[in-house]
Design a protein around this ligand. Sequence first.
Ligand code: SF4
Length: 363
Amino acid sequence: MAGFPIEKILVEGNADQYGLSRRIQKKMPDIPRVTSSATRDGSAPYSLDRGKKTLHLLEYSGELLKPCPGTTNHICCGYQILNVATNCPLDCSYCILQSYFNEPDLRVFINIKERIEEVLHLIDSHPDKIFRIGTGEFTDSLALDPLVGWADMLVPLFAKRKNAILELKTKTTNIDRLLKLPERDQIIISWSLNSPTVTATEEHKAASISKRLEAARICQSEGFIIGFHFDPLIPHPGWQEDYPRTLDLLDRFIDPARIIWISMGSFRFMPQLKAIIRQRHPQSTVLDGEFVRGMDGKMRYFKPIRMELYRFMREHLETWYNNLGLYLCMESDEIWRKTFGWTPQNTDGLSRFLDSRVKRFFG
Ligand code: SF4
């Protein structure tokens, strides 16, 4: 695939009994294929670099829908993850997935179609609850879509359900398949954004900010509701001039009245990620900041730095348009209050706020 070449397909167990596994392999006839995980470079050391070039097709028997892991003592958004794949062919230096999974391969679960009924049944049996579901937490929602076809599989199913939304979160421009589908209801396409400098230096293999926003513009003009995520915000030399460049592009490309939400979060990571970043991305500067270890064990910027980032972004975004559904990802009540001037108080409060945005845009 352009941009992130696959060098090997690993077919585990009885994956080939599924049509999706056979269809994916048909699209890559020249890529060497091995079967069973036992043959995966037995003697070679664990390698994230090789993992990002290995497409691992396997049946998934774990929980298909799981609550976003969130973090203790912080306000989370009550999101649920539809676990269609793990790991990502893009290669952001700061990516927490590098230390999150034991398996480095691009694992694609080939029995989602066969199992999705479990999730649909859950949604249908709780008509009064709103399910905010996304596929973009353990992988990029669209990076492998040209190969796998998740959009074709999932969009028609979610579009029929008034009490659920499906958010496809990406740093790519892989929107062609989405645009060919007739459905728009209950679907949110969202892009992670950053400053042009962070994008150019740390988000290897992701599309440039202007290309992402051009894709977002097309999706908006074709009737999709869109969202954005400024996460992770990273203070870097000149960030006060650099982030507004992205905001200027947003203004140029996007109608703010049809954005369902924009989240913000600052760079945070488990300590074990540090060695991986140093080894895999020696040029990266994401570890240059001043970090402190929180009660959840994660490293975060000192509070005053986080507050300065959020305040700055909020003020600029609200000057652009004052009803953007801004929210903070995994922050405390105190930070909300001091930077946003209001607080949802807890995860239930933030869930209610985001549910109200869903009702407003899809009600
Ligand atoms: S796009 Fe997201 S999941 Fe993929 S490498 Fe970057 S941070 Fe990780």
